[in-house]
Design a protein around this ligand. Structure first.
Ligand code: MG
Length: 383
């Protein structure tokens, strides 16, 4: 990054990835200048972040009056604020760290303005991967993944034309070696007790059902342009090997590291350079001692199979799966349904969905809305 500071904005600065990104940036203060921070509902934290990092402007999803009155940053609100940030060409890079479909439009705006993206938002690729990757290519924009698996693959690939397949690792979540019965009766607390990663609630539940891995194979398909049959999933409980690739000659290159999101976040925002930054300890094979791998259990985790099927169907199929799953996860977190119902409900919505091929962004949002309403209505009738 030469001597010039890289100008960055963060969409979703108050979320799990956003907070960790600011920790990285604090360590690399001389490398970054923050243009804008955008947060959701945590106005108090956004205010603290703004006071500390002094962005030129901030955006909040609601109640802009609550963050007003600190130095002289401009304040914007809602989607308009995100659009404003993502069309500001002063940015060298934008970290899209919010979760949910709200990340899609601003990401596309940033791409159209030629701004590089560090992408942590899964929905952007799951809902509109074809459109997003096509636009990125057209505008010469780099999309560097923050998700640890994709970040690992990004680090392994030297010549993509010589890669035969992608191998995505999955920790297996808290129910890896529990029975299907245990999983059916799981409480919210049990589902949220992820053994390796500390993440937001929605993604932690997705990790318990392996839907997170399902979404990740769809992301990988779009990011790296591989057929679904050339994307394997292997369970690796220690979460040390973050993913791997196999070259045509049988050589396998994997990326390893301690399970901390700081590392992929830092990689994505400093790429192609590397800095010590947030590193706290050196990696020791001897301390780790062993690495285990096993096949995913598709019977216990049928969501993974569903994700492969919907990915292959493409078009609006993954939009439907994502929307139904998310609504079902929220219902589970609200205590309205059981963990296993998440799959059943998502599968039902996918079975009933009439896939639209090559949907436009408007059609994608329309399908998303329709499926969410349908899923909520279906869940309310289950009560
Ligand atoms: Mg991941």
């Amino acid at each position: 990054m030469e001597n010039k500071k890289r100008k960055i904005s963060i969409i979703g600065s108050t979320g799990s990835i956003g907070r960790q990104a600011l920790e990285v940036i604090e360590k690399l203060q001389d490398k970054f200048e923050i243009i804008a921070l955008a947060g959701g509902h945590n106005t108090e934290l956004l205010k603290q972040q703004a006071e500390k990092f002094k962005p030129k402007y901030i955006s909040i999803s609601c109640h802009p009056e609550l963050v007003s009155g600190y130095h002289n940053a401009k304040i914007y609100k809602g989607e308009e604020g995100l659009e404003k940030i993502c069309s500001d060409k002063e940015n060298d890079i934008i970290l899209v760290a919010c979760s949910g479909k709200i990340g899609l439009r601003p990401t596309l705006t940033a791409i159209k303005n030629g701004i590089d993206i560090a992408l942590a938002n899964k929905e952007t690729l799951v809902m509109a991967g074809d459109i997003v990757m096509k636009e990125a290519k057209k505008h010469g924009v780099k999309i560097v993944p923050v998700d640890s698996e994709h970040c690992a693959i990004h680090q392994c690939i030297k010549d993509i034309n010589q890669v035969d397949k992608l191998i995505i690792t999955a920790s297996g979540g808290p129910f890896l070696h529990k029975s299907i019965e245990d999983m059916k009766n799981a409480t919210v607390e049990q589902a949220l007790a992820h053994p390796r990663w500390n993440m937001g609630k929605k993604i932690t539940v997705d990790s318990a059902t392996l839907m997170n891995k399902g979404l990740e194979i769809i992301e990988a398909h779009h990011l790296f342009g591989f057929d679904y049959d050339d994307i394997d999933v292997v369970v690796h409980p220690q979460s040390i090997v973050h993913s791997a690739i196999e070259y045509v000659d049988g050589s396998v290159i994997a990326q390893l590291g301690l399970p901390s999101m700081h590392i992929p976040i830092q990689y994505a925002i400093t790429y192609p350079e590397r800095f010590e930054g947030i590193k706290s300890k050196s990696f020791s094979f001897a301390e780790i001692a062993r690495l285990d791998f096993e096949k995913p259990d598709y019977e216990k985790f049928p969501t993974l199979k569903l994700a492969y099927e919907m990915g292959k169907l493409s078009g609006s199929a993954t939009v439907c799966m994502n929307a139904a799953n998310e609504e079902a996860v929220f219902a589970f977190l609200d205590g309205k349904i059981k963990l296993y119902n998440i799959y059943e409900i998502t599968k039902k919505m996918c079975d009933e969905h009439k896939v639209i091929n090559n949907p436009t962004i408007e059609e994608i949002f329309a399908v998303d809305k329709e499926i969410r309403e349908k899923t909520k209505e279906y869940i309310s009738k289950l009560q």
